[in-house]
Design a protein around this ligand. Structure first.
Ligand SMILES: Cc1cc2nc3c(=O)[nH]c(=O)nc-3n(C[C@H](O)[C@H](O)[C@H](O)COP(=O)(O)OP(=O)(O)OC[C@H]3O[C@@H](n4cnc5c(N)ncnc54)[C@H](O)[C@@H]3O)c2cc1C
Length: 484
């Protein structure tokens, strides 16, 4: 018999997971249909991890409202969901008088939006705050922050799952129709699923789901950004993100951002790629990252590059206006029981929970819902051995000897943490899934030492055959036969 749910959320990125979590506050059976094998394989795992302040966009836009709300509440959210977060502020630096005028206009825009604490600072103050950053002056944005986008997405998804949401990975939605009762039948790459409600959170592919549901045929218009990740050695030399002044159309050239775990990100570059999606990082762009990055931060040196990645912005053009959209969060009487989210571009990470609350509001306009009195907003992550005091580390080893065995030397991740990650509530069993939950393989050696040990734990703890172990997606086998 076909599985039946009250709500099917399509897409398990940060937005779909926030939506699933917020809907689990009500008595609803909810599934998240995700085509990949984990929650952060889309744009939610390919971004900068900045908590935006809300200064960039015009007052009244949905992205301005949502990012302001998301920013204001994030200390509380991070505490509730056990997500490492630092409200470190941000500097947007300038060199010329023309750039000063642009920064002053940006400051005025921020003040109009209600962003607090903005101020222009001179060169001496800039140097005192961030000695390794360049610039003759800067706009200081104290409310910006940094977070780990993987941990945040996983935390939202795990909290949703704790509150009864079912994640169905490897379920790509291929087609949507309605049965005679008006319920949705979702044809997927696995078995079909029936749901009374559909919420489209499919990120880069949301335009396809939008058309399947009967909403507008939005046109994808993609922009790609490439990054370099710098070794943790550089992290201590940068305390907050440093951006250049945006150009005439408001785009930022390459910037540098410290990560919450102590690396530094250089990027993104900006490339218009129309309809194609590619996560390749090219030699040309690495050159641009080196040259432009070094203008911002003295430690952007090739010696410190440990890895690269790319992200693609889910920009769409509205066919009715021919213009790129704001965040689209829409429902329609003609398409009952569907909420369509399209163009959830930057700052979608910052805005995920405010977007989710707007989805809930649209659902409540069509149906009254009973509160789930058992809803628990609190989620606890895996305790990071590396971040504990020596006393606490000793206590952990006493309680479980697996804390005494370091699996990932670069990031100091223990066997106990890897084992906890293997038993995650979402049932993710890929090597990258362990990486995103523990940081194992994210260090300088990029898994040279610990990747095969993680594979061994997957065999022992999850009873997997080594031939079935995947790096991150179907077909990405780690072993093709016997190795030793
Ligand atoms: C380079 C870059 C930098 C950014 N930096 C920041 C930042 O610093 N701060 C910030 O706030 N925002 C930032 N953003 C924006 C932010 O990352 C996105 O807005 C956000 O991650 C969007 O989340 P999502 O859940 O909508 O999309 P996604 O994470 O892409 O999730 C959509 C999910 O849907 C799944 N899916 C797609 N089609 C189907 C289907 N047919 N069936 C089933 N599943 C499907 C996908 O596999 C995917 O997992 C950045 C974006 C980019 C590209």
């Amino acid at each position: 018999m076909m599985k039946k749910y009250d709500v099917a959320v399509i897409g398990g990125g940060v937005v779909g997971s926030a939506v699933a979590r917020e809907l689990s506050r009500f008595q609803l059976s909810i599934c998240v249909l995700e085509r990949e094998l984990d929650v952060c394989n889309g744009t939610s795992g390919h971004n900068t991890g900045l908590l935006h302040s809300g200064i960039l966009y015009k007052k009244g836009l949905m992205r301005t409202q949502c990012s302001m709300e998301g920013n204001a509440e994030f200390d509380q959210v991070a505490k509730e969901l056990d997500v490492p977060f630092r409200r470190c502020g941000k500097l947007i630096v300038g060199f010329s008088e023309e750039e000063r005028l642009r920064l002053e206009a940006l400051l005025e825009n921020g003040v109009r939006n209600g962003v607090e604490g903005l101020r222009m600072i001179d060169r001496d103050t800039l140097k005192a705050m961030e000695p390794n950053a360049s610039g003759n002056f800067a706009l200081y944005v104290p409310t910006a922050g940094i977070l780990c986008p993987f941990t945040y997405t996983i935390a939202l998804a795990e909290n949703a799952a704790q509150n009864g949401v079912q994640y169905l990975f490897d379920h790509e939605v291929l087609d949507i129709s309605r049965n005679p009762e008006g319920e949705f039948i979702l044809k997927t790459s696995q078995k079909p699923v029936c749901a009374r409600w559909v919420i489209n959170c499919a990120g880069l592919y949301a335009y396809k789901i939008s058309a399947m549901l009967g909403f507008a045929a939005y046109i994808p218009n993609r922009v790609k950004g490439q990054y370099e990740i710098l070794d943790k050695k550089t992290g201590k030399f940068l305390s907050m993100p440093v951006y250049p002044t945006p150009n005439e159309v408001g785009e930022f050239d390459v910037h540098v951002t410290p990560t919450i775990d102590g690396n530094v990100l250089v990027g993104p570059t900006i490339e218009n790629i129309q309809q194609n999606i590619s996560y390749d990082v090219t030699q040309d762009m690495i050159k641009i990252l080196s040259e432009s990055g070094e203008k911002m931060f003295a430690y952007v040196k090739r010696d410190y590059f440990i890895r690269n990645y790319a992200g693609v912005f889910p920009t769409v053009t509205d066919p009715a206006t021919g213009k790129d959209t704001d965040f689209v969060i829409e429902a329609s009487k003609e398409i009952p029981h569907a909420v369509n989210l399209v163009g959830i571009n930057s700052p979608g990470l910052t805005s995920a929970l405010p977007i989710a609350r707007r989805v809930v509001k649209l659902v409540l306009e069509q149906e009254s819902l009973q509160e789930n009195v058992n809803f628990n907003p609190v989620r606890k992550g895996i305790t990071r051995f590396a971040e504990q005091s020596v006393q606490e580390q000793n206590r952990l080893i006493q309680s479980d000897p697996d804390y005494g065995e370091i699996f990932c030397r670069c990031e100091c991740v223990t066997k106990a943490e890897i084992k906890q990650a293997v038993h995650n509530i979402l049932g993710v069993r890929t090597v990258s899934g362990i990486k995103y939950r523990t940081r194992a393989t994210m260090g300088r050696c990029q898994g040279g030492y610990c990747e095969t040990r993680i594979a061994a734990i997957l065999q022992d703890e999850a009873d997997m055959r080594k031939e079935d172990i995947l790096l991150n997606k179907n077909g990405a086998y780690l072993f093709t036969g016997k190795v030793k």
